[in-house]
Ligand binder design. Structure first.
Ligand code: ADP
Length: 157
């Protein structure tokens, strides 16, 4: 059974995230979307709300689970018997950070492999922070986040 962990802040989950999760679910037996508590970011949505929004967005995909973790990703992966970390790559600007993170995770654990999926071009400029900004300013974000969570975005205004 090939399990991968898809970690992130998901503040909030976007269509770009959902695309990576959907494609990952076709490649792996099990995808665990894991909301990690990032000490450098103060989230707009509470952990509970982010988990709820992800669960709603992925409920139609059978082999996807949603979880959260405070601590090192490689330790979490071990507890789930997962050897693969799934990440999305948008632009060259993502590369440096992702490269450093993958290298760090590799040095922390020899057993985990990071796998990258290229973003779909229509989502290549889409980020959670962009969604928050556009929503705050009253712009139309209906094509940027999963329909099921669109109502939740009103709290950003
Ligand atoms: P982080 O806070 O760790 O950057 P995010 O929740 O923003 O996490 O994103 C989680 C993962 O999803 C990262 O690998 C990120 O590159 C990827 N991702 C974010 N937005 C998109 C998108 N529009 N298309 C593809 N991948 C994306």
């Amino acid at each position: 059974m090939k399990t991968c962990i898809y970690p992130g802040s998901f503040d909030p989950i976007t269509m770009g995230h959902l695309d990576i999760i959907t494609r990952g679910s076709e490649m792996f037996d099990r995808v665990i979307v894991c909301v990690l508590t990032n000490t450098q970011k103060k989230p707009s949505f509470s952990l509970e709300k982010r988990l709820e929004m992800i669960r709603k967005s992925v409920e139609h995909i059978e082999n996807v689970e949603v979880d959260s973790y405070q601590g090192l990703l490689v330790d979490y992966a071990k507890t789930k018997n997962a050897k693969i970390i799934l990440r999305g790559l948008r632009a060259v600007s993502d590369f440096e950070n992702e490269f450093a993170m993958a290298a760090m995770n590799r040095s922390l654990s020899d057993e985990v492999e990071t796998v990258f999926l290229m973003t779909r071009t229509e989502y290549s400029f889409l980020s959670s922070s962009m969604v928050r900004e556009v929503a705050k300013l009253g712009g139309d974000i209906s094509s940027l986040v999963p329909k099921k969570i669109l109502g939740e975005m009103d709290t950003l205004k």
